[in-house]
Design a protein around this ligand. Structure first.
Ligand code: ADP
Ligand code: MG
Length: 677
């Protein structure tokens, strides 16, 4: 659609245009995609003889209107409105323009709350508009918008009423035959009905139609991705029962059934020459590392190299340590090599040479692994830990740098909600580690008001006295008192200089030099620190089984999945783990925070995150709002079946997509975002 500026709309002046520009709305197209937060049904008009206290909509004639100052700074406008059945008083405070704006003797739609005040009934601060076929604020189902930075719903509604006139010229996203076959509204009409519904039925049809587009695009993108991967060739890594048996035999524990099943799926996948593209989803502490280790051992035993990519240096180092430990009884630990940014250049060069010569068979690292200088000659398996932490581009870079297609095993503790996974992958390539190792006790989570921390600190002290360790995570490093946020530096000062002066307190955040970070973390791991005050650098993967309390400060600033991850840093042994959630103010806690207290199930929390924040919250790399599931109900079987059927038509004949450039563009975008490898 040709770009229409807001200022070109009838009745929209430069000041309105400027206010809307302040929230990123510059064109009619932008505005049409500013969706209503909800709707209110004012469509039922009540005769004045039957109105009752509460929200009412009437159709009445203004008989009189008068404004006056009742005392300094307090202005009141009173008006009388009548229909054939009765009259009612209307009242506005401090809106002196009302008197002049109301036209005596004219018919109006009037919506507002009828209330008894000072023993007289009146509709308080009603919205009024002259009776017409196209009311905007009254006498219909009206849209309600998110209000920010001085942008009111009324202002948006007024502007939107002009903008929707352009909606009907918008090109369809979906081909006409899909719209017809599945009884959808054309795209522009969906937007029109979404903003100004003609009825509850058309509103729900509009949402269904927009939801169909969302699901269709995601499904098509993931199907194309699957086809692309299927056309590549990876080395076959033959299954060797003895290797698997030897590995399992030397473990200090028994694998859980979930781990066994997952390992089995992986080992079967990598026997084939079509590249594995499997995602292992397992809540924090479910034991993903050992699963990856067995896959790696199998690949190494069959002569291949393996790369393990971790999102932080801390995690890469920890993986290197725990994998060496796991590989030691098989005498494979000398094959493990680490490549991280902070290595001295000599060390790095040696590691690079060892990777190229094949002396290092299991290379573990951060982005440093992605450099051109790292040249594995025979990479059979790529393991990506905390997969969602990597951008699509980074993952692509890695695959490109190794040239040939390895098998890819992705692991995440931030599960894709089941409903979304089914939509995207048909569940085929996902393994769930849905059982915890035995003996784990669910973490006890409680909310603590920032003004009453005493009991929490008492508890912390008693845990330290039992030789346990504590994490305190803050949302920012310094920025003292900005929006009341507790910063790590200030918290560190408070705890180390007064409350826990007698204890060993450490500070860890992203601005420290890499060596400093490593040093602090190592002393925490070695039990030389009682309390670690940190930012979210400890979010992923860090494993200190002796830590039993996690305090999350400024909790309202974190995402649900993120807090669940943080919480997973404790309760990693037989000892009971605790998590304290401290919001930044003492207001009633949000739904999100309450959910975290009630549930320790990462999958349920992920579903809730999906509901509250959309899939962008799960695919952390997704910045643009283009890929979203705002309208689709993933439990709607009819929608899913319809979209899948339509997708199959495109999969059978890929040329079709070229005929729909806009759809093609959107699907490509979705492909890039949701790809697993
Ligand atoms: P995550 O899935 O969060 O990456 P890890 O792989 O770090 O979890 O495992 C968490 C802890 O559980 C580790 O200390 C590991 O040794 C232990 N663990 C893994 N599997 C089992 C098991 N089957 N039984 C007992 N402990 C296990
Ligand atoms: Mg892990």
């Amino acid at each position: 659609m040709e770009e229409v500026k807001l200022i070109d709309l009838k009745g929209i002046g430069p000041s309105t245009a400027k206010v809307l520009a302040g929230i990123g709305i510059n064109s009619v197209n932008d505005l049409l995609h500013y969706y209503p937060r909800t709707h209110q049904d004012y469509s039922e008009i009540t005769p004045l003889s039957s109105i009752k206290p509460g929200l009412v909509t009437i159709r009445a004639e203004i008989k009189q209107a008068k404004g006056r100052y009742v005392r300094r700074g307090m202005h009141i406008t009173e008006a009388i409105a009548s229909d054939e059945t009765g009259s009612v008083r209307l009242v506005w405070f401090n809106q002196p323009y009302r008197e002049g704006a109301l036209k005596i003797g004219q018919q109006y739609f009037i919506t507002g709350k009828l209330e008894l005040k000072s023993q007289r009934f009146a509709i308080q601060s009603p919205s009024v508009e002259l009776v017409s076929d196209m009311p905007v604020h009254t006498a219909r189902i009206v849209p309600v918008y998110r209000e920010t930075k001085g942008v009111s719903t009324v202002l948006i509604r007024k502007t939107m009423a002009q903008a929707v006139k352009y909606a009907k010229n918008m090109p369809n996203v979906l081909p006409d035959w899909i719209i017809k076959k599945y009884n959808l509204l054309p795209y522009g009409e969906s937007l029109n009905e979404l903003h100004f519904p003609s009825s509850a039925e058309t509103l729900s049809l509009a949402k269904y139609s927009l939801g169909f587009i969302e699901v269709f695009e995601l499904m098509l993108a993931s199907s194309i991705n699957k086809q692309i991967v299927a056309s590549e060739i990876a080395p076959s890594i033959a299954f060797d029962e003895q290797v698997a048996k030897d590995f399992v035999a030397m473990l200090p524990y028994k694998l859980t059934d979930a781990q066994r099943k997952t390992v089995w799926q992986i080992l079967k996948d990598i026997e084939h020459t079509n590249p594995m593209n499997r995602l292992v989803e397992g809540d924090v502490g479910s034991g993903k590392t050992v699963v990856a280790a067995l896959a790696a051992v199998m690949a190494i035993a069959k002569g291949f190299q393996v790369a393990l990519l971790a999102p932080t240096e801390l995690l890469a180092r920890q993986h290197a340590e725990s994998l060496s430990e796991l590989l030691k009884p098989l005498k494979l630990d000398s094959y493990v090599g680490l490549i991280v940014g902070s290595l001295k250049s000599v060390q790095k060069k040696t590691a690079q040479a060892d990777i190229e010569s094949g002396k290092i068979k299991l290379m573990i690292g951060t982005h440093a692994l992605l450099q051109d200088k790292v040249k594995p000659q025979n990479l059979g398996l790529l393991i990506i830990d905390e997969q969602h932490r990597f951008g699509v581009e980074q993952r692509k870079a890695l695959l490109k740098s190794v040239g040939k297609m390895p098998h890819v095993l992705s692991m995440t503790a931030t599960p894709i909600p089941r409903s979304l996974a089914l939509t995207l992958y048909g569940e085929l390539d996902i393994s769930l580690l849905d059982a915890m190792p035995i003996g784990r006790k669910p973490i006890i989570t409680s909310l603590v008001s920032p003004n009453s921390r005493d009991k929490m600190y008492d508890h912390i002290r008693s845990e330290i006295d039992k030789n346990h360790q504590i994490y305190v995570v803050c949302p920012v490093i310094s920025e003292a008192n900005k929006n009341n946020l507790v910063s790590a530096e200030i918290m560190y000062k408070q705890l180390s200089s007064s409350l826990f002066k007698d204890k060993r307190v450490g500070l860890l955040h992203g601005k420290l030099k890499a060596e400093e970070k490593t040093a602090v973390m190592e002393s925490y791991v070695d039990g030389e620190l009682d309390i670690l005050v940190a930012t979210t650098v400890v979010e992923v993967g860090v494993n200190v089984p002796n830590a039993t309390i996690m305090v999350i400060e400024g909790a309202d600033r974190f995402g649900l999945a993120q807090m669940h991850q943080l919480r997973g840093r404790v309760g990693r042994s037989d000892d009971q783990g605790y998590c304290y959630i401290v919001p930044s103010d003492s207001k009633a806690p949000s739904k999100r925070l309450r959910a975290l207290v009630q549930s320790t199930d990462g999958f349920r929390l992920a579903e809730l995150d999906l509901e509250l924040r959309g899939p962008g919250a799960i695919y952390g790399t997704l910045q643009s709002g283009e890929l979203d599931l705002r309208f689709a109900n993933l439990n709607d079987t009819k929608l899913l079946v319809g979209a899948r059927e339509a997708v199959n038509v495109f999969i059978e004949n890929k040329e079709i997509l070229k005929n729909y450039p806009e759809l093609d563009r959107r699907v490509r975008f979705a492909q890039a975002v949701i790809t697993l490898n």
